[in-house]
Every structure is written in C-alpha cells, then in structure tokens.
Design a protein around this ligand. Structure first.
Ligand code: COI
Length: 374
C-alpha cells in the first residue's frame, strides 16, 4: 500500500449504481440529535445500509441503499458454520464547510479485496467499494456528527450466504456497509491506555489469516483480551507465534515504538499482522518529518529494557477506530512498566495532531489522501 493509492479508472456513478430505497420512517430529527450527542463506539447506527449481492453465476448485482435492519439468513448459510466473513473500517470526517470526506479509501478497498482472496470470498471492485460508501454517506449525511474527535465510522463487510454445509467456498455472498456515528474508541476519551502482553496466546501464525481483516482473527483475540481486562488492562498485545518473543499487534490496532533518539520502529509485515492504513500513513508522516523509521522485528526484551533505561520514550497504538492512542503502561507475566511518565509523549501527540488535522481538513493534504464523499 502506498500513499498515492487513488485509482486510474472512474468511480461508478454512486447514485446510479446504488439505487436508494428510502427508509419509510427514519429516526426523527430530535431523536437523531440525541443519538449523536455522545455515542458509545459502535452502538448507534444510521437509517440506511448499502448492499450488493453476489452469485457465482451472475457476479455482483442488486446494488442498493436500503433501510438499516435485521438480515434474513438461512440457518445453513455458510458464514454461520465456517465463519467466512471479512470487514473493513473507515471514517467519514466532517469538514468546517459542511463537506464530508474519507481517508485513503482505495487502500481499504484493496485490502478488502486481498482479504476476500484469502478467505475465498469474491473480490469487490475498488470502484464498487467506493460507490457503496459514497451512496450511503450521501443518503445519511445528516448522521455525520460534528463534534470534536467525532466521525461517522463506516463498516463494510462481506459474508458467505449460500445455504450449504459442505466445506468449500460459498457460491453466494452479501456485501454491506453500515455506518455508526462515533467519538473516541476507548471509554473515557483520548487517554493513555494500559497493555497486557499475552505470552500464552497467539493471534496468527505463518501462512495463516493474520494479514486478512477476517472476523475469525478478532473472535480468536477475545479470550486473551478478556484475560487482559480481568487483570485490569485496556488491551492485549500479541507476540509472534514462532518465537513468542517479538511484538505483533494488539488484535485491533498496530503498535509503534518511539526511541529517545527520535528513531521510530513498528513491527514489519510478515503476513501475520494487519497492514494498517493508519500504520502506513504514520510511517509516511514520520519520515516526512525527518524521523528514521524502521519496519522490523522488535524483541519484547528490547522494549522492556528500553522503557526501563529510558531509551524507549513512547509507545503508541494506531488504527482507524483508535486513531493514535498513547500506551502509558506495558505489563506481562514478569514485568510492569510505566512508559515515559505515563502520559502521551511529544511524538505521539504531534503525529496524532498532524494526522487528524489532515483528516478533519484543518491542514493541507500533501499526499492526496482525502476523498470527498458528500
Ligand atoms: C478499525 O480500526 O477500524 C478496526 O477495524 C479495529 C476494531 C474496531 C476491530
């Protein structure tokens, strides 16, 4: 994924491709305003959803925007048995002039196609992916929240819908996009989080599904995440499955380490971690700012020693949902460390402001990352 990821082909005309079937009774204005006031992440949804259907014979068809609501699924639908499901996460950002923009959607479209290949689902053309986002956001533009740190989280997903219990790729699939007004991902707003390093669970192994945005990866992270929560931590960090010694990711977020001399490291892409859009954007912004950035294997022992002796100054997590979240405490079976002084470090704070200023249209967009939706 590079920063110049805009396509050479034209986008399908969103309105034409995704015909709108308007909700007969959208949420009244006053109720919508109440729902937008302080939404807890992923709990409030807009009036509509975008949708398309795929069959092996007909390909993608029946593109539409329809009222948000429960799906009807056959009990034998393949997704309910073998978990054939992938998803994406993007945000629609309100700009001062009333326009609505998203960030590097082509990168998400390409990753969605890569995830589909790995999970044996049909690929959705990138123009189609963007047309669905555009049609939904235009239809539900009144749902884009306008407050500080607020955005409309867009969740494209695809699942195997064929009624068939044999273990083979489904011959039918559904693609949907739902939208959810959100503020900060973590309860309590933007604040440093605490991380428990799991040494007895792994998220992914070589040749597995770790690089795909595949629902099963997240299901597998729930028990270790629960263990971390029970110990009083916000999130879990996974180590590599082969050596149980190098940093991977947090399950729903990538991780960065800022050294006291200004160098910045993040785990390299080995096929077992997600190639985050926020991750690659941060790498670019940091190298633009003159930081030496390294994608490499990062031994946990190097980081714990570095936090203890001060040569590691900052650690942060990043993702679309979490944006950039400072890590204030890192602990595992035999260590418990405060990172720096436990608050957001200077590099973390600066890169977060730089990224969100681009996303919310408060700063120039030097890499052409923003795409207008409405
Ligand atoms: C995102 O950052 O968009 C994610 O997908 C992480 C999580 C909410 C699953």
């Amino acid at each position: 994924m590079t920063s110049s990821d805009a396509p050479s082909t034209t986008v399908l005309d969103a309105e034409a491709a995704y015909a709108v079937r308007p909700h007969p009774s959208p949420l009244p204005e006053a109720d919508r305003q109440a729902a937008l006031a302080e939404p807890r992440f992923g709990t409030v949804f807009t009036d509509h959803m975008a949708r398309a259907t795929w069959t092996a014979g007909a390909g993608w068809h029946d593109r539409r925007v329809e009222p948000y609501g429960p799906l009807q699924l056959d009990p034998a639908a393949a997704v309910l048995h073998y978990g054939q499901e992938i998803f994406e996460g993007l945000k629609a950002y309100p700009h001062e002039d009333g326009s609505v923009w998203t960030f590097r959607p082509w990168a998400n479209a390409d990753r969605f196609a890569a995830s589909a290949r790995r999970i044996a689902l049909p690929e959705l053309p990138r123009e189609d992916f963007l047309a669905a986002l555009t049609a939904l956001v235009r239809t539900d533009s009144a749902w884009v929240p306008r407050g500080e740190e607020m955005s409309l989280y867009l969740r494209p997903f695809m699942f195997a819908s064929e009624r068939f219990l044999g273990v083979r790729p489904s011959l039918e699939a559904e693609f949907l996009v739902i939208a959810s007004p959100v503020g900060p991902y973590f309860a309590g707003g933007v604040r440093p989080v605490s991380i428990w390093v799991a040494q007895d669970f792994h998220r992914a192994g070589a040749g597995g599904t770790g690089a795909a945005k595949f629902g099963g990866n997240y299901a597998g992270s729930l028990l270790p995440q629960g263990v971390a929560h029970a110990k009083g931590f916000d999130q879990v960090c996974f180590l590599d499955a082969a050596t149980n010694s190098t940093l991977e990711e947090l399950g729903g977020m990538n991780v960065f380490v800022v050294h006291a001399d200004g160098r910045v490291s993040t785990p390299e892409l080995t096929g077992t971690i997600l190639e985050g859009v926020t991750r690659s954007s941060i790498l670019r912004l940091l190298s633009d700012a003159g930081h030496e950035v390294a994608e490499r294997r990062i031994p946990l022992a190097e980081i714990t020693a570095g936090i203890a002796d001060g040569s590691v100054a900052e650690v942060f997590a990043c993702g679309t949902a979490a944006v950039i979240t400072p890590i204030g405490r890192l602990a595992g079976a035999d260590f418990d460390l405060t990172v720096g002084d436990g608050t957001s470090g200077a590099v973390t704070t600066r890169i977060r402001a730089q990224l969100t200023d681009i996303q919310y249209g408060r700063a120039a967009d030097p890499h052409g990352w923003m795409h207008r939706l409405a």
